[in-house]
Design a protein around this ligand. Sequence first.
Ligand code: SAM
Length: 282
Amino acid sequence: MLSYQHAYHAGNFADVHKHLTLFAVIDHLLRKSSPITYIDTHAGRGIYPLAAEETRKLQEYRQGVAPLWQARQALAEEPLLHAWLVSLGRVQQRDGELDHYPGSPWWLAQRLRPEDRLRLFELHPGELDHLARQHLPDNVRRIHGDGLQGLLQRLPVSTPRLCVLVDPSFERKSEYAEVAKAVWSAMRKARHAVMLVWYPLLPAGRHRELLEGLRDHGLRKIWCSELSLREPVTDERGMYGSGMLVVNLPWGLDERLAAAMARITPLLGDTATYRDEWWVAE
Ligand code: SAM
């Protein structure tokens, strides 16, 4: 049963971490002219009005995108953050106000060129209805179905380059191992793909299954970064941090992201930390 709805969490610190990483990867890929297929295996709604009932309930964006938006003038000195915040400004409807937060379909579509393609998978019919109402370019397809199966069925793609975002809700414990298997299988069919995978940091530590699964399958060139709001507390159940792994991270992006994250981490609270490492080297 699907019960997760991203609207309850839109714009939180994990979204900032995920979408800034995605933005940096896209920015790098666009330095070359050859066409790209983008696949978003777990798309969600696309755009989230912060005034929506679900988002107002937890207001997680207050410890996520909101402090960055407030500090945007100071952050403009940092080139990646400046570009990200300018893009974020484009979805706002009232001048100078933060009233919407864009999800991955928007971040992927906003710099799509006519020669590129974007495939968005969403399994939840209600979330797909929201996504269907978003205005997106003609070379975007919204597909109702399982994103991991859909990804594997579409490989290899006909464009020279491929970039995939895997962003599940991890509602089932088995999803960590399933994602590891799907990413490994996909990379066998598309060795040069840049593949981004988001994972939650929870006290139970199940994300280790995902990371170790990929390493044990023999996948190489895996970089990962983790943004934590606090140290894990074993008797608590909530998410304390956000993880991103990128297979085939383009050269130099680790340093670019570290510089941007160093600026924003202190804005997320006194106990917030950021770290990155090559989980498996080339
Ligand atoms: N990627 C989105 C973003 O960054 O804005 C957020 C995605 S949210 C974390 C996960 C989404 O995956 C939910 O909308 C959920 O309905 C959907 N979902 C769950 N299982 C799925 C599956 N097997 N295939 C495709 N979508 C799925």
